[in-house]
Each structure stands twice: as structure tokens, then as C-alpha cells.
Design a protein around this ligand. Structure first.
Ligand code: OOG
Ligand code: NI
Length: 470
């Protein structure tokens, strides 16, 4: 609690994330198993410190405490009002919208941002993130199911009165809540993001929406915006995936993202498949009938370095190339063969930190080392000279964001949409402005936080070494 009696946003975010985690463990018990597996794998990985892939992260900007807390989750919202209100909820716990993700290119009628802390300090205190998608009704081809969904969405209220009152109170209090208000806030917010088995839709409407697009049924049929997964971060996704299989979890066939590398970049993800959950439909005579819904799953991720725009272009280009090669095979290659093609294509992506730095593909945090003290400085040294004589060290900056095609892969494996999603939506196009209009503000540029961090670290080094800023 800060001196003026208000709860600190980082503390409140931790309380919020812990409540979410506890709730999800109760609701999806397999998530508890997943957490245990990941903790064991991370401990083992940290011990085997000779593995350069791990040590680069271990010695990077990952703190072990942060790793224990690290989770991201995802929610799917139906209307601009819901998105705006969720934005207000996340503002209170120090999370801002970063980046725009167009999922329509993968056949999904949605787009997204990620709410997350944005400063290095806040990320270190608690890196909790929520990938937040919004339905794009304009992309749905079938008018009847679109109107059914919009009608349901218009009539539901996923926020409790008490929660809405607290959002107003926070506005009056400069974006902060008192300790007591904070407790109520977390409790009430869990109602929005928890599982509510009583559907808002009738069974017929639910089935109709599901037939059109499973995502539509998931977004529009319920009385809340249930969190659909929570993801711990692992230091060794392959080991974690193998352990998941050994423990009998129904694991997705392929890991999304770049192939395994000595110098990990961006993000690799996999999941265990959604569970069937029982839902209750209310008939017009107020009696119940039961059904099943599949939406909620568990996911794990391994994070690598943030890449520059050039690094990202190369990633997108190689991924595209690999996907084309896979789709051109006469018979659909099995997952192992697909992985092999991906790895082969990615041989064109440099896999050495020095090269990645020289070719400006990855962002680094620069630091002055202990060796700087007492060692003689070259005259007008270049950055690379300072690094090679050990005065400066360059640590890759961790990627804190997401990848749209990986996200789509995770969506599809859990909804069983395969590619059929493509048939029910209109031509794909990005609509960042539309998302921002719904959100009520612009999203923060994804690249900027990394380039700023790199710049700040360089300036700090220049000052510490008494070099002119150039
Ligand atoms: C979101 C999936 C995206 C990720 O890690 O890429 C995501 C969803 O299924 O709603 O969380
Ligand atoms: Ni995820």
C-alpha cells in the first residue's frame, strides 16, 4: 500500500493474477498438473546451466522470481462496450494495450491486443498479460447467425454493478483504489472472467452459432467472458511437452513459432486440448437442459528475444516460405516432417547473438561490466570494440508479446475449426483503427517499447563510461 492509502497497481495486479490462477485451477484442474510440470522442468533447466540456450535466458533479463509468477491468459469479447470496460479494469492494475493482432488472415472473425505492464520495473514485479480478442461481426458471412450473436451480446451484462461502481470510483481517485476497494475489485472481476455454466443462449441458438463458427458460440452464448487459458512460461518447451505427454495430457501436435534454436527468438507455444465442459441451457418454461462446450485449455510458452522490424520481417518471410513448402507437398506431411521443413527453412535465420546484433535483427540491453573499472579504454571506441574487450555486455531483451499466426494455431487446435473457419468469413483485412475505436484509445506500438529500452540502456552506458552521446 502506498503512503496515501491507495493500493499500488503492481501489487493489485499480482493479487488479480493470483486470484485468476487459483480460480482457473479450481475450474480446470488439469491446469494444476500443468503448473507442477512446468515448475519441475524449469528447476531442472536452471540446474543444467551448461546449456547455452538456457543460460542465455537465465543470465538475461529473466529473474527467477518473475518466472514463478509469469502467466498470460486470454479472453474473447463481443462488443466495443465490453472491450472499453475491460480496458478500464486492466488500467487499474497497470496493464495497457500493446500491439494489434489481425486474426482474420487465419480465417478467424476477430482481432486483438495484449494488455500488459509496459515498464521494465512493472514487468519484473509482475508480468501478467491478457490477450484480448474482439469479435468482428462485419466479417461474418451468415447474416442470420450474426444477428443472433449480436442480439445475445446486446442483452448480456458481463460486469457486476459493484465492479462498475469501482471503475467509476477509480476514475474519481486518479485511477487508483483503496485497499478495501481493491479486494472487492478483484473478487468482482473474477465474476466476469470465471466460468458460468448457465448459458445465455438457448440450446438451438448455441448450436446454430457453433455450426457457423465455434468461436461465435464461445463468444456470444455465455453470461461472462470466461478466461479460456492461463499460460505459464517454461525454459524448455520441448521437455515440458514430452512430460505433458508422459502424464497423459492430450497435447497439441506441433509447437507453434520458430523451430528450436541456440539463440531463441520471439515465442514458442503449445497447448493441451480444450476440455468438454457441462453447460446448462434455460428453456422458455424455465426448466434446464444440458449440453457440452469445449473452449478452455492449458498452454505453455517459451520466450526468446525481441526482434527488430527487420528480424520480424525475416521471421514472417521464412514462416510463410515454410508454410508454402508444407502446403505444396503432395501429401500432407506428418507433424515431424513439418517441423523438419520449418527447421530447414529457418537455417536462413542467423543463430548467433553476435551476428543477430551485427545485422540488427534482435534488440539488446547493453550494460557496463565490472571489467570497465580500471581497464584502459580504447580511443573513440565503437560499440562492438567495447563488447569484444569485455567492457560492454549485450543481453537480448525478452519478447513480451504474441504472434498472430501462432495465436490462430492455438485457437484452431482448441476449437477443432481446422481450416473451415475460412469459409464462414468475408475477405480478410486488418482493421486496427476499428479496434482502437472500440477500445477508446490507440494501442501502444509493439516495437517501440523494445527500441526505447535498447536506446535507454545505450545512453546509460555512455554516461557511465563518460563517452559522448552520439
Ligand atoms: C487466444 C489465443 C492466443 C496466444 O498465446 O497466442 C493466445 C484465444 O484462444 O482466445 O493466447
Ligand atoms: Ni495463449
Amino acid at each position: 500500500v502506498s503512503q496515501d492509502g491507495y493500493v499500488d497497481a503492481d501489487e493489485l495486479r499480482t493479487a488479480f493474477a493470483l486470484a485468476m490462477s487459483a480460480m482457473y485451477k479450481r475450474e480446470v484442474p488439469l491446469y494444476g498438473n500443468l503448473m507442477r510440470i512446468v515448475r519441475t522442468i524449469n528447476e531442472e533447466a536452471l540446474e543444467k546451466s551448461s546449456n547455452p540456450r538456457i543460460t542465455s535466458l537465465k543470465h538475461g533479463d529473466v529473474a527467477a522470481e518473475r518466472l514463478d509468477l509469469e502467466r498470460h491468459g486470454a479472453i474473447r469479447l463481443g462488443t466495443p462496450y465490453e472491450l472499453k470496460t475491460v480496458r478500464r479494469i486492466f488500467e487499474i492494475i497497470g496493464m495497457s494495450p500493446v500491439g494489434y493482432y489481425d486474426l482474420s488472415q487465419a480465417g478467424l472473425p476477430m482481432h486483438a491486443t495484449c494488455f500488459r505492464p509496459t515498464t521494465a520495473l512493472a514487468l519484473k514485479r509482475n508480468p501478467f498479460r491478457v490477450f484480448t480478442t474482439l469479435l468482428r461481426p462485419d466479417l461474418l458471412k451468415d447474416v442470420e447467425s450474426r444477428d443472433l450473436a449480436l442480439d445475445l451480446l446486446e442483452h448480456r451484462n458481463i460486469f457486476s454493478t459493484e465492479l462498475l461502481k469501482l471503475l467509476d470510483a477509480s476514475d474519481r481517485q486518479g485511477g487508483r483504489l483503496t485497499q478495501d476497494q481493491g479486494k472487492t475489485f478483484v473478487r468482482e472481476a473474477m465474476k466476469t472472467f470465471g466460468w458460468r455454466p448457465k448459458a445465455a443462449a438457448s440450446k438451438d441458438v448455441y448450436n446454430k452459432l457453433k455450426e457457423e463458427h465455434p468461436i461465435l458460440a464461445d463468444i456470444a452464448s455465455f453470461q461472462g467472458a470466461h478466461i479460456n487459458h492461463l499460460t505459464p512460461r517454461t525454459l524448455d518447451i520441448f521437455a515440458a511437452q514430452e512430460r505433458m505427454k508422459t502424464e497423459g495430457l492430450d497435447v497439441k501436435e506441433r509447437i507453434e513459432g520458430p523451430p528450436p534454436r541456440k539463440c531463441p527468438v520471439l515465442l514458442r507455444q503449445t497447448s493441451f486440448l480444450a476440455l468438454e465442459e457441462k453447460i446448462m441451457f434455460v428453456r422458455s418454461d424455465n426448466t434446464f437442459e444440458y449440453g457440452h462446450h469445449k473452449a478452455r485449455f492449458g498452454e505453455i510458452e517459451e520466450r526468446g528475444a525481441a526482434v527488430t522490424p527487420a528480424g520480424r520481417r525475416l521471421y514472417d518471410q521464412l514462416l510463410d516460405e515454410a508454410m508454402k513448402r508444407i502446403s505444396q507437398c503432395p501429401e500432407c506431411p506428418d507433424p515431424a516432417e513439418q517441423d523438419r521443413i520449418l527447421a530447414e527453412t529457418f537455417e536462413q535465420y542467423p543463430d548467433d547473438w553476435n551476428v543477430l546484433r551485427a545485422e540488427i535483427l534482435v534488440y539488446f540491453n547493453f550494460r557496463v561490466t565490472a571489467k570497465a573499472e580500471g581497464s584502459s579504454m580504447p580511443v573513440r571506441p565503437s560499440r562492438e570494440e567495447l563488447i569484444s574487450c569485455g567492457i560492454l555486455e549485450a543481453v537480448p531483451i525478452t519478447y513480451e508479446d504474441f504472434l498472430p499466426l501462432s495465436a490462430a494455431g492455438i485457437f484452431q487446435s482448441n476449437l477443432g475449426t481446422g481450416n473451415r473457419g475460412c469459409t464462414s468469413i468475408h475477405n480478410a483485412f486488418a482493421d486496427k483503427t476499428g479496434y482502437e475505436r472500440a477500445l477508446g484509445r490507440t494501442v501502444i506500438d509493439l516495437d517501440k517499447s523494445y527500441s526505447d529500452a535498447q536506446e535507454v540502456s545505450l545512453r546509460r552506458c555512455a554516461v557511465e563510461l563518460g563517452l559522448d552521446e552520439e
